[in-house]
Design a protein around this ligand. Structure first.
Ligand SMILES: [Zn+2]
Ligand SMILES: [Zn+2]
Length: 264
């Protein structure tokens, strides 16, 4: 109720430039209400095409206006181009229309591992361990850096027959996170929850803290909360993470919630 029930959708904004969105989850409907409807042009950097990261697209008010434009970058899929695979998800009978019937101009661009420019933003793309093709993004823009890793499968090993997270960090993940001003990162599970969902593609709060510390990030934003956690449980997890982060010397820990605005 307080933390919000919508799925992944973030906007990064620099005054006078087109916004860059991270993912197109159901939060996109509300996010769209806070933005000008037209004229509108933006870029969306999508981590992967699991439901919780793409379902908001047809509910984005801006996408129903002719002349508006959204360039969607996402990881190349084994079964075809991003546009083909996404088109298989958004079409009858799963949804009333195909994305090509939207009034706005939607364009898909496949990425894997690259450095590119979007307007004045420098964008680094690296694969991220999850379930299926997934990437993370780092933006260096207007003197600040922001990294977005929404879904991150923690490495693990068996300790006394129980799946336990290890401290290994993928080289591409480290490149994305190295010294970044703000890291928005998966922080879904406790160690007990991880032990029974170890292969579901996520990590623990402790893993996110360890990564933030070793990468020297200035602020860690805990993201992709477990839908089974109540507001009270979220309060406890975030308070606990703040205490641990302080002890570890991480400058700032942020418990994210729906509608949160951060001024960098
Ligand atoms: Zn996922
Ligand atoms: Zn997800």
């Amino acid at each position: 109720v307080r933390y919000g029930g919508n799925t992944a959708s973030i906007s990064v904004e620099v005054h006078g430039e087109n916004p860059i969105l991270f993912d197109l989850g159901t939060g996109l409907r509300l996010l769209g209400q806070s933005m000008p409807i037209t004229p509108f042009a933006a870029t969306a950097l999508v981590t992967h095409i699991h439901w919780d990261h793409v379902q908001g697209l047809p509910f984005f008010p801006q996408i129903h206006v002719p002349g508006n434009r959204l360039d969607i970058y996402g990881p190349h899929q084994a079964d075809g181009t991003l546009a083909e695979v996404f088109g298989g998800l958004m079409k009858p009978p799963y949804f009333p229309i195909h994305f090509s019937e939207l009034q706005g101009d939607v364009r898909f661009i496949d990425v894997t591992s690259e450095e590119m420019a979007i307007g004045n933003a420098k964008v680094l793309v690296r694969p991220v361990p999850h379930v299926g093709p997934t990437v993370g993004y780092r933006l260096d823009w207007d003197g600040m850096s922001v990294t977005y890793i929404s879904d991150h499968q923690a490495p693990y090993t068996s300790v006394d027959g129980r799946p336990t997270v290890t401290n290994h960090i993928d080289a591409g993940v480290m490149e994305l996170c190295d010294g970044v001003d703000l890291l928005i990162h998966d922080a879904q599970y406790t160690p007990d929850e991880f032990a029974v969902k170890s292969y579901w593609g996520h990590c623990t709060v402790d893993y996110a803290l360890m990564l933030a510390k070793r990468a020297g990030v200035k602020a860690l934003a805990m993201f992709h909360h477990d839908p089974g956690h109540s507001d009270e449980r979220m309060d406890e997890l975030i308070e606990d993470a703040k205490c641990k982060g302080l002890a570890m010397g991480i400058p700032e820990i942020i418990g994210t919630y729906e509608g949160l605005v951060l001024d960098l």
